[in-house]
Design a protein around this ligand. Structure first.
Ligand code: GUN
Ligand code: ZN
Length: 441
C-alpha cells in the first residue's frame, strides 16, 4: 500500500498519448520515455517524463524519500479502458450458436434471470472485477441486469476494488422474458433511486442503460430521455446497429423513424456522455448525427466477429468526427483482454483496407476510451493531476514474443507485435490510484 501522504516514484518505459495519432500515426501525439518515471502523490500523477528530467525538476531529497517501484524494462501504460461490457454475462462467454437475437434468447436472457438472486450478482461482480484487473483494465462502462440490486452489487464491489466505473440497471419493458421485464415507470423510479445512491460516489458514475430500442417501449425510452436531460452529469449506454436482423426489427417497431439512430435521437438519447455499442451498419447521415451530438461508439471487434455481426469502420467513423472507444462486450466478446481485442480491431480494420496502426491502437485502448466515456478529465493518460491508474506490461512473456521483439527495429514495430501477439500473460501489474491491485504470480 502507498503510504498516505507520501510520494510514489515508479520507474519504467512510460508510454501515453496526448491525442489521437490519426490514420497517419503521428508520433507527436505520444509521450514515450524509455528510461521514464512517474511521480505520484495521493493517487494522482504529479509528473511523467524521462527519469533525468524528473531528477532535474524535483529536489533530490523528495525523490529519495518517495517509495520506489522499479519496473525498468517493462512498459507502463495508462490503465486500459473497456467502454462496454456486461458483467452478468461472465457465464455465457463462448456459447455456441447463431447470431445476436438467438444468442440473446438462448443464453443471455436465461443467464440474466439468475441475477434475481443478489448473491449471484455479488459473487459475479467480484469475479469480473478481479478479471478486469488481471487483464489491465482499470475503467469500465458496465451493463448490469434489470434488477436494481445487480447495480448495487457491481458498485459495491467496484468501490472495494478501486476501479473507476459507469454502470446502470438495464431498462427493458418488452420483448423479453416476463421475469426480466420492468415497466416505464418502475424502470425510471429504480434508476432515479440508484442515481441518488451511487452517482458521483468516489469513482462511480451512473449510466442510464436502455438495453436497445427493441426491448423498450416508446414510453420507456421517453422516460429515459427525460432522466438523461434532468442533469448534466449522467451517462447513458445502449446498443445500436449491431446486426441486420436487429435493424430490420427496429424498422418494424419504429416505422416512422428514418433510421435506428434516429429512434434514439427522437427520445433525446443522443449527446455527450452517451455511448452505443457496435454502431456497425450506419450510413453517413447516422454517423453525422452521432458526431454532431457528441455521441460515442464502443467498438467491440471480438464480439462482432464471434456473433457474425459485421465489421465496424473505425477509420471512417473517426474521420466523420465520432468519438470511439474499444470494448470487450463480454459475453458476446470472447475475452476480457483489451490487448487481444486490439488484435481483433486490427483484423476488422483490414477488411476496410484501412489498417489500424499500433500508435492509434494503444491510444484507442487508453485515452480514446476515456474520451469516448467523457472521463478524460480524470483518466486516459499521465497528464499532471490525473488519477494514477496504470498497467505494467511484459514485452516478452513467451519465447515466441521474445524471438519477435529481438528483431523489431522500432518502437512502433514493438508496439504492433505486442498487440498482435500479446494478451493477459503480458500483464505484470495493474495499479489503481498508484496502488498495485493485481500482481502477476
Ligand atoms: N443487444 C441487446 N442486448 C445485447 C447484449 O446483451 N449483447 C450484445 N452484443 N448485443 C445486445
Ligand atoms: Zn453489449
Amino acid at each position: 500500500m502507498q503510504a498516505s501522504g507520501g510520494d510514489l516514484l515508479v520507474r519504467g518505459q512510460v508510454l501515453h498519448f496526448l491525442d489521437d495519432p490519426g490514420e497517419a500515426e503521428d508520433a507527436r501525439s505520444m509521450g514515450w520515455f524509455e528510461d521514464g518515471a512517474l511521480l505520484i502523490h495521493a493517487g494522482r500523477v504529479v509528473a511523467a517524463g524521462p527519469w533525468t528530467q524528473l531528477e532535474r525538476e524535483f529536489p533530490a531529497q523528495r525523490l529519495a524519500q518517495a517509495r520506489q517501484l522499479d519496473y525498468r524494462r517493462r512498459l507502463i501504460l495508462p490503465g486500459l479502458v473497456d467502454t462496454h461490457i456486461h458483467y452478468p454475462q461472465a457465464g455465457v462467454i463462448a456459447s455456441f450458436g447463431r447470431q445476436l437475437l438467438d444468442w440473446l434468447g438462448d443464453y443471455t436472457f436465461p443467464a440474466e434471470q439468475a441475477f434475481a438472486d443478489p448473491e449471484v450478482a455479488q459473487h459475479t461482480a467480484r469475479f469480473v472485477l478481479g478479471r478486469l484487473l488481471a487483464h489491465g483494465t482499470t475503467t469500465a462502462s458496465v451493463f448490469a441486469t434489470v434488477h436494481a440490486h445487480s447495480v448495487d452489487a457491481w458498485f459495491g464491489a467496484a468501490q472495494a476494488a478501486g476501479v473507476r466505473t459507469l454502470c446502470g440497471k438495464v431498462l427493458m419493458d418488452r420483448n423479453c422474458p416476463p421475469a426480466l421485464a420492468d415497466t416505464a415507470q418502475s424502470g425510471a423510479q429504480e434508476s432515479a433511486a440508484l442515481i441518488a445512491r451511487w452517482h458521483g460516489q468516489g469513482r462511480l458514475g451512473y449510466s442510464l442503460t436502455p438495453r436497445f430500442a427493441a426491448t423498450s417501449t416508446a414510453e420507456q425510452l421517453e422516460a429515459c430521455g427525460e432522466l438523461f436531460a434532468s442533469r448534466a452529469d449522467l451517462h447513458l449506454q445502449s446498443h445500436l446497429a449491431e446486426n441486420p436482423q436487429e435493424i430490420a426489427w427496429i424498422r418494424k417497431l419504429f416505422p416512422r423513424e428514418r433510421s435506428y439512430t434516429a429512434v434514439y435521437e427522437r427520445f433525446g438519447l443522443l449527446g455527450p456522455r452517451a455511448i452505443y455499442g457496435h454502431c456497425i451498419h450506419l450510413d453517413e447521415a447516422d454517423r453525422q448525427l452521432l458526431a454532431q451530438t457528441g455521441t460515442a461508439a464502443a467498438f467491440c471487434p471480438s464480439s462482432n466477429l464471434f456473433l457474425g455481426s459485421g465489421f465496424f469502420d473505425h477509420a471512417e467513423s473517426v474521420r466523420q468526427g465520432m468519438r470511439v472507444g474499444l470494448a470487450t462486450d463480454v459475453g458476446g466478446g470472447t475475452s476480457y483482454s483489451l490487448i487481444r481485442t486490439l488484435a481483433e480491431a486490427y483484423r476488422v480494420s483490414q477488411t476496410h483496407q484501412r489498417p489500424l496502426g499500433a500508435l492509434r491502437a494503444w491510444y484507442l485502448a487508453t485515452l480514446g476510451g476515456a474520451r469516448a466515456l467523457y472521463l478524460d478529465q480524470h483518466i486516459g493518460n499521465f497528464a499532471p493531476g490525473k488519477e494514477a491508474d496504470f498497467v505494467v506490461l511484459d514485452w516478452t512473456p513467451t519465447q515466441e514474443m521474445d524471438w519477435r521483439m529481438m528483431r523489431a527495429k522500432s518502437l512502433t514495430e514493438r508496439l504492433f507485435a505486442l498487440l498482435i501477439l500479446g494478451d493477459e500473460r503480458c500483464v505484470v501489474a495493474t495499479h489503481i490510484l498508484g496502488e498495485a491491485r493485481f500482481l502477476r504470480a
